[in-house]
Each structure stands twice: as structure tokens, then as C-alpha cells.
Design a protein around this ligand. Structure first.
Ligand code: CA
Length: 161
């Protein structure tokens, strides 16, 4: 019996394992999506390229993507970040990149101000830079307050001889 089981185990192709209760080879990828090798129905030994076995699934390990808290993978879209830490959002150019979001009202180190909008002309520009002739006050957990500076223009006296 042992020999028979062992032979059947060895006859299962890579990417499948011998299941003693069903006495057949089970395809690893049918148990776990993107799984290339397994020896039981409990865990995947080898996930697809750049994927790790996390939470019973072959998925990208988000730790390598700064400020990304959860990510996903699909053949069509590749790896994408689904959630970023507070103050960050997914870049429209690179879906694995969490970037600071100007205009979300959360002041980040790369921003001079964030008044909660993407409008220029109100003191804090659409790219979160303090605009000329404005002074912005940044208060923790609050929107930047920008005020127009009072311009003091000295009158110019022309002395006639
Ligand atoms: Ca603004």
C-alpha cells in the first residue's frame, strides 16, 4: 500500500500533488490561483513571479511598495496597489505607487500647504505650493489657511529742480 501511494505521489506532475483521500493528483492552481507547486491543499509552495503565499492566496507582498497597505494581482492588470496609508493615493501613472495627494487637506512633507482643494489663486496652488504674495499657516489636522499679504508700496517722490 505504501509503495502504491508513493508511486502515485511520484507520478503526479509538478504543479500538482497526490491526494490520498481522492487517490488522485490535484492541480495546485485549481486550489490556489497562480500557484505553481504544492504538496498539500493547505499551502502553496511556489507562487507565480513576484507573488507570495499570504492569507491563503498567491498575491503580491505589499511590503515592498512604500505606503501601500493592500494590493492585488491579475494577469490583465499585473500588480496594483488597492489602498495607501493616510495622506497618500494611487498614482494615475503607476498603480503600484502611492503618492501624496495635493488637495486632500492632509499636509505631507512634500507639500508647502494643503488647503483641501486643487485651485490656484487662493494662496495654495493646485500643486500645493504657497503662491506669491500669500502667507499660509499650517495647523495640524486642519486645512492650511492662506491670506493675501498686504502690499505696502512706498510712494515715489519725484523732486523737481
Ligand atoms: Ca488651493
Amino acid at each position: 500500500m505504501w509503495n502504491q501511494t508513493k508511486n502515485q505521489f511520484l507520478n503526479c506532475l509538478t504543479g500538482s500533488y497526490y491526494n490520498s483521500s481522492t487517490t488522485g493528483c490535484i492541480n495546485c492552481s485549481s486550489l490556489f490561483q497562480y500557484c505553481f507547486d504544492c504538496t498539500s491543499n493547505i499551502a502553496c509552495n511556489t507562487c507565480g513571479y513576484s507573488l507570495s503565499f499570504i492569507n491563503n492566496t498567491c498575491m503580491p507582498n505589499c511590503i515592498i511598495y512604500p505606503h501601500c497597505t493592500s494590493c492585488s494581482f491579475s494577469i490583465a492588470n499585473g500588480i496594483s496597489c488597492d489602498n495607501c496609508t493616510l495622506g497618500y493615493g494611487i498614482s494615475p501613472q503607476d498603480q503600484t505607487l502611492c503618492i501624496t495627494i495635493c488637495g486632500d487637506g492632509i499636509l505631507m512633507p512634500t507639500e508647502q500647504c494643503d488647503d483641501g482643494n486643487k485651485l490656484s489663486g487662493d494662496g495654495c496652488s493646485a500643486s500645493c505650493i504657497v503662491e506669491d504674495y500669500f502667507n499660509c499657516t499650517n495647523v495640524a489636522n486642519s486645512l492650511s489657511q492662506c491670506l493675501l499679504l498686504e502690499l505696502s508700496i512706498s510712494p515715489v517722490c519725484i523732486v523737481k529742480n
